[in-house]
Design a binder for this molecule. Structure first.
Ligand SMILES: Nc1ncnc2c1ncn2[C@@H]1O[C@H](COP(=O)(O)OP(=O)(O)OP(=O)(O)O)[C@@H](O)[C@H]1O
Ligand SMILES: [Mg+2]
Length: 323
């Protein structure tokens, strides 16, 4: 494992943006992407860390972990559903097939938790008993396991920026996705989630909930896209302490990027106004957390790519005719 001192030294060189010699750069919160001819795309996962819908910092190796962890899950789940990944030319970059993304975020939940307005626990705690179309019994406790994982779809933010909650039936009734496709998506999402929970368990973690995105390929097939079971798209808890803590009414031990959100919340920040500055130790800890999760889940030892990333990236992409 890379030492804290090494991580601290790398903080100023973390990859906060890219500028490949291509004319069509697009950016999301965490990724930069460039479309190539022939329906292909280079997605570069940067070191940007987002929470509260804001970019808070750039964390060394976060991009590499997200890119390589997603690639690992894409390989592992290929027999459940095809995905967009074609190759991984650089630790931070993936070559993918461009698809038409389906307009729904497919969230799968194994536990009732969460305090944001779309979260199951939040809805339950304000008295709702039919949530996302599921009837919930009285007496559920925060962080309790659900009888089986459920899908809680939301629309993708779009212009208003707000994700609208939907029942699984509404996804087709409101015309977001064709019934045959939606049935396929639901089956795949539940299968990948169960597989993810199984792998996480073996690694000493609980995969609590996650978000998937799917798209339609040129040939009409459904593909898994974006990122899979990363600490950015998923909630993970430590498995060995879950039960004792749940039984005594304590919060589970998070093992994702929740501790970053909590550090901000302790300073009174919840996403509005000026972003407080945080000590470098927080970002060093975040970097370590991402690397540890990669190693626990994949069983591989993390092979740190060279910094600065962009130089290396350019060299690795030359083979694709990008220079
Ligand atoms: N193969 C693909 N074809 C088309 N679009 C894709 C493909 N894979 C991913 N995308 C889209 O690329 C974007 C990835 O960007 P990124 O995750 O950085 O930003 P974001 O989704 O806006 O932010 P956040 O993940 O924080 O909500 C997403 O909008 C995703 O739907
Ligand atoms: Mg995203």
């Amino acid at each position: 494992m890379i030492s804290k001192d090494q991580l601290r030294e790398l903080l100023p060189s973390a990859l906060d943006q890219t500028s490949l010699p291509l004319s069509n750069k697009q950016t999301g919160k965490v990724r930069d992407w460039y479309d190539l001819p022939d329906g292909q795309r280079i997605i570069v996962t940067t070191d940007r860390l987002s929470a509260f819908d804001r970019i808070l910092a750039a964390v060394p190796y976060k991009g590499q972990v997200l890119n390589q962890l997603s690639a690992w899950w894409f390989e592992q789940t290929r027999d459940i559903i095809p995905n967009h990944l074609l190759s991984v030319p650089d630790p931070n970059a993936s070559l993918v097939t461009i698809v038409s993304p389906l307009p729904i975020e497919v969230i799968v939940r194994g536990y009732i938790t969460g305090v944001t307005t779309t979260a199951l626990w939040y809805r339950y705690s304000i008295g709702e008993r039919n949530i996302y179309g599921y009837d919930c019994p009285e007496g559920l406790k925060k962080n309790q396991v659900l009888p089986e994982p459920i899908i809680t779809p939301t629309t993708k933010g779009g212009a208003t920026g707000h994700d609208e909650r939907l029942t699984c039936a509404e996804v087709t009734e409101k015309g977001f996705i064709d019934k045959t496709i939606w049935d396929q998506v639901q089956l795949a999402a539940l299968a990948i989630f169960r597989y993810g929970q199984h792998i996480a368990r073996k690694a000493g973690l609980i995969l609590v909930d996650t978000k998937y995105e799917f798209g339609m390929a040129q040939d009409g097939s459904v593909m898994l896209i974006d990122e899979v079971h990363t600490p950015d798209s998923s909630r993970y808890w430590k498995a060995d302490t879950y039960e004792a803590r749940f039984n005594t009414g304590n919060e589970p031990e998070n093992f994702d990027k929740e501790f970053v959100r909590m550090a901000y919340a302790e300073k009174g920040y919840r996403g509005d106004g000026e972003i407080p500055s945080m000590p470098n130790d927080l970002w060093v800890a975040a970097s370590e957390r991402y690397i540890t999760i990669y190693e626990m889940l994949t069983g591989n030892s993390f092979k740190a790519g060279a910094y600065p990333v962009e130089e290396r990236l350019l060299k690795n992409l030359e083979g694709l005719g990008i220079k």
